[in-house]
Every structure is written in C-alpha cells, then in structure tokens.
Design a protein around this ligand. Structure first.
Ligand SMILES: Nc1ncnc2c1ncn2[C@@H]1O[C@H](COP(=O)(O)OP(=O)(O)OP(=O)(O)O)[C@@H](O)[C@H]1O
Length: 304
C-alpha cells in the first residue's frame, strides 16, 4: 500500500507535483498515467527517497522510504534500465546488490530464473539487448522479494513477446498480494494490465479509481447492431426517439443499452445478426480527461 498526501515538488519556477493525494492498493496493478511532464517520474522518485518533497509526503506501508530498515525488501523499483557495469555479468551485478542488502546469494539465481535470464546470467551485461537489460532491472527489483513494486515505463523498447511477459508478471505479482504501481505511455497496454489508475496532469490529480470507471466516465457507451431488416429497425428506433448512426450496413445506437435495443427489436419483429455493446478506449478517455493538462500540444501555434 502506498499513500501520497499533499505531495508537492517545486523545481525553481516549475511546480512539478502539485498537492497530490492518492493511494495505491495491495493485490492490484495500478497504472500511473499522465501526459509528458505531468510529474510521474518526480512522484516515483519521491516514493523512493531520491527526491525530497517540497511539501506533503508519501508513505510505503505507512513508513517513509528512509525509515525502512531494509528498503529493497520492502520496495523494489525499476526506474529506468538501471546502470550496470558493462563488463559485469547479470549474476555478479545482482550478487553485488544482494550482498549490500543482506540478501542471500541463492535469491540471485531464483530471480534470474523468474525473469528468464538463467542461460545468459554469466555473460557480460554490456552485450545485452534492451529487453535483456529490462529483465535484469526487473530481477534487481524482485531481489528483496518486496511487497511493493514500482515500475517506470517497464515496457519501453520491448518487443511484443517482452510486453506480454511483463504484463503476465505484473498480474502474477499482484495476485500474490503485492502492490504494483506502473507508469506507461502505452495506453492500450495499460488498459489490459492495470485494474486501477492514478491519472495526473500538470502535477495535479485528475483521476483515481478503476480503469473501467475511468473509461466509462469519459466515453459514450453505444451498441452496434446488424440486421437483415435494417429499415424496420431504424423505424422502430426513430419511433422511440433513439439516436443512431449508420455505416457499413450496421447501426451504432446511442443512449440505450444492449438489453433495451434487443427488446425493442424483438417487439418490432426484427431479426438481429449482431448486438454488441461498445465502449470507448482508454486512449479516448485519456485524451478527453487530460486534454487540458497537456503541457505541449503538437501542431498548435504558440501564442506571442
Ligand atoms: N531535476 C529537475 N529540475 C528541474 N525541473 C525538473 C526536474 N525534474 C523534472 N523537472 C520538471 O518537472 C516536470 C515534471 O517532470 P517529470 O519527469 O516528473 O514528468 P513525467 O510525467 O515523468 O514526464 P515524462 O512522461 O515525459 O517522463 C517537468 O516540467 C520537468 O521539466
């Protein structure tokens, strides 16, 4: 469990994080979203004691990061593909971290197995692909078997197989009761990964809650209908003053749920070939709700 209260960070004239309060629950994957420059990395750095808040605070399991006796055993983080000495192997790199945190060497081989690096564990990290470096970073985060995991843009530069692997890993970690907090620019990926969301813009909280509610609150629900008796269906909808759009021989009905559309068609004696509730995407909801908070719009003239 992570709890931010009135968290604020100012860099000179820039208010990077502005009175931010939110909580992140255990046992769930929580996505951390916001346009570029919204303050996500700054917030994560403050969680890890790498930056000091100007005001407010953030606690992990009710304690500040610098009060933790064995930080790596409480919170594991992947902030960016962490620096690894290019001549050091993955195994030696992890052993070095493990020893400085009182973690037994055998845990190193366990995490190497968890991230699928066992076969290359003795090779020098300088030759690793971006995906392998990312896996090594995640191995480091898992080393202390922590209750809380922070991942900043973990799928950056990964291929579809790597992205799928990270998604499954996050679900597994949350399923074990851990708190998983993850930032990403890939909204379609987040829609599949995160059950909950914290969305910020210009350092302020825009939304906290479930991913489903976020999408539902910002996008219209519609129903797609196909029928061999389209004229009759259109008449029945028009009689009830229900609005719809027609394209490619299908109707998109607004303002009525799929049960009601099905019943209306039945009452009108209309056969249906498709009756599919549609919902907006996380991208649409994100654009809708963060539009105001985007720091730099592309293609817009700059005011003089
Ligand atoms: N060390 C720093 N000194 C001065 N300004 C900073 C510093 N770190 C961040 N900022 C500014 O604070 C704001 C928030 O930056 P931050 O990197 O936290 O955003 P972000 O949401 O992680 O962005 P992105 O998605 O682009 O990584 C930005 O305006 C950034 O320029």
């Amino acid at each position: 469990m992570i709890e931010a209260t009135g968290l604020t960070k100012r860099y000179g004239p820039t208010l990077a994080v502005d009175d931010l309060s939110f909580s992140v629950s255990a046992g769930r994957v929580t996505g951390f979203l916001g346009p570029n420059g919204a303050g996500k990395s700054t917030t994560m750095r403050m969680m890890l004691g790498l930056d000091r808040p100007t005001a407010g605070d953030v606690r992990i399991g009710n304690r500040h990061y610098d009060e933790l006796d064995h930080p790596l055993r409480t919170v594991g983080a992947l902030l960016e593909a962490g620096w690894v000495h290019p001549n050091r192997s993955a195994r030696n790199h992890l052993r070095w971290i493990a020893r400085s945190n009182d973690i037994p060497d055998r845990r190193v081989d366990e995490v190497l197995g968890l991230v699928g690096l066992t076969s290359v564990a003795g090779k020098r990290a300088g030759g690793y692909s971006l995906g392998m470096q990312q896996r090594l970073g995640i191995a480091g985060a898992l080393l202390g078997d922590p209750e809380v995991l922070l991942f900043d843009e973990p799928v950056n530069g990964l291929d579809p197989e790597g992205i799928h692997w990270i998604r499954e890993l996050m679900h597994t970690l949350a399923g074990e009761g851990r708190t998983v907090f993850v930032s990403s620019h890939l909204l379609s990926e987040m829609a599949q990964t995160a059950q909950d969301l914290v969305v910020i813009g210009r350092g302020k909280l825009i939304y906290q809650g479930t991913t489903d509610d976020f999408v539902a609150s910002a996008t219209a629900r519609t129903v797609r209908v196909r029928s061999p008796q389209l004229p009759e269906l259109k008449q029945a909808l028009t009689r009830r003053e229900v609005s719809f759009d027609e394209s490619d021989g299908a109707l998109t009905v607004s303002g009525m749920d799929s049960d009601a559309v099905g019943e209306l068609a039945f009452a009108a004696g209309v056969t249906l070939h498709e009756l599919a509730p549609q919902r907006g995407s996380l991208e649409q909801a994100f654009m809708q709700l963060t539009g105001e908070a985007v720091e730099f719009h592309t293609g817009e003239p700059t005011p003089d």
